[in-house]
Design a protein around this ligand. Sequence first.
Ligand code: GDP
Ligand code: ZN
Length: 306
Amino acid sequence: MNNKKRTGVSFRKDLAPSLSEPVREGLIIAHHGVAVEVLFAGGENCLVRVKRRSGHVVGDDVLVRGEVLERLPRRTELRRRDAMGKVHLVGANLDVLGVVVSPSPPPPAGFIDRVIVAARAANLRPFVVVNKCDLDAAQAFVEELRDTYAGAVSVFPLSAATGEGLTLLREFLGEGHRGAFVGITGVGKSSLLNALCPEIDLRVGTLNEYNGKGRHTTTVSTLHSLSDGGELIDTPGFQDFGLVDISEQDFACHFPGFEKTKEARCRFRNCRHHTEPGCAVVALVARGEIRAERYATYLEILPEVV
Ligand code: GDP
Ligand code: ZN
């Protein structure tokens, strides 16, 4: 997709803007299916109607003239494939992606790795949030994750319930990052968002006045500003994380624990690092420079990459 191209969407021809109307630059902070909420520099919000398949997402920078919305080029785009194989655009112009895990329920095999690869391939910085650190089982779980991932990404152990460890995550996001969380149901993503953005409930009130319906029945996705800086996009239903359009080469070089493969020269340029002769990655595994566990997980996910 050519994301340099500007996409103008006017939802009714007879509402074409008069040239005298001012053009204002804004940011899409909520998507309600048939309308998007745009935040302007002065802090003012407005709702602009859009076609259902307009392709606009939360995080998009837009120009608004009257009722016409024009999308500005995106810095990043994050896509995911759901369990049914359908591709979704999660958000635009994100900087970081947090994979939220907990000791209970534990992450499915390869889940953290897929999210890290997808984030890196989309030019987002991935990080790991380990929630429910108040549970007894948490300590061993955190150690295990640190052991596997700390060399590749930041790991934030915390408890949304007690607030322990939240400060470090707030500081990280406060460095001006726009992020989103992904994690399976039950790990505590909603609890974490509530702990980080206490103003969520305030915004529900304003939206209810507009359409008479609750936020959760209409909003697809919302962007929240954090009091210490940074922004979070809340995407309901963001649980499965299938890879989208990842080449075999990108998969290997973005795979956590495979950082050393960037310098590795395999005999074949399109080596999948599996059964090919002269594979430099297999040699790194044999010498213990890539851990056997990392390589086994790589091979498990490899068939998903086409
Ligand atoms: P989501 O499905 O990822 O949005 O998870 P929820 O936020 O709905 O939380 C799922 C369950 O985990 C709820 O019963 C929460 O009370 C519980 N939970 C969330 N955060 C914590 C935590 O830090 N510690 C503990 N012990 N439980 C938590
Ligand atoms: Zn190879």
